[in-house]
Design a binder for this molecule. Structure first.
Ligand code: FES
Length: 103
C-alpha cells in the first residue's frame, strides 16, 4: 500500500521549480510543471549526480553531470547518455505541504 510522507512546502522549490527532499531515507527530487507536482529519485540512473541540481526545462530534467534528460512525469530516459528510467513517485499537496507517496 502507498504511504504518504510530508516532504517540503511548495515554497521550497527553487526558481527553476526543483527541490531535493529525503523521504523515508531516500533522496527524492521534486518538481513543479505547469502548477502540477512530480517527484523522481534524486540519483541519476547514469551516474553519481543529483537530479535536483539539474535544470528543469518544461517536463524534462537535465542531469548536471552529462546533460542527459528524463521526463519527470514518467521517469523515462529521454536524452543520452541516460538510457535507464528513473523511479517516479506520486505527489500530493495537503495542508500546504507536498507529500510523496511510496509503497
Ligand atoms: Fe546523469 Fe551522467 S550522471 S547523465
Amino acid at each position: 500500500t502507498l504511504s504518504w510522507t510530508a516532504a517540503l512546502p511548495p515554497s521550497a522549490l527553487d526558481e527553476h521549480g526543483v527541490a531535493k527532499a529525503v523521504v523515508n531515507g531516500l533522496s527524492v527530487a521534486l518538481y513543479v510543471v505547469d502548477g502540477e507536482y512530480f517527484a523522481t529519485a534524486d540519483l541519476c540512473t547514469h551516474g553519481q549526480a543529483s537530479l535536483s541540481d539539474g535544470y528543469l526545462d518544461g517536463e524534462l530534467i537535465e542531469c548536471p553531470l552529462h546533460q542527459g534528460t528524463f521526463n519527470v512525469k514518467t521517469g523515462a530516459a529521454v536524452d543520452a547518455p541516460c538510457s535507464v528510467a528513473v523511479r517516479t513517485f506520486p505527489v500530493k499537496l495537503e495542508d500546504g505541504v507536498l507529500h510523496v507517496g511510496m509503497e
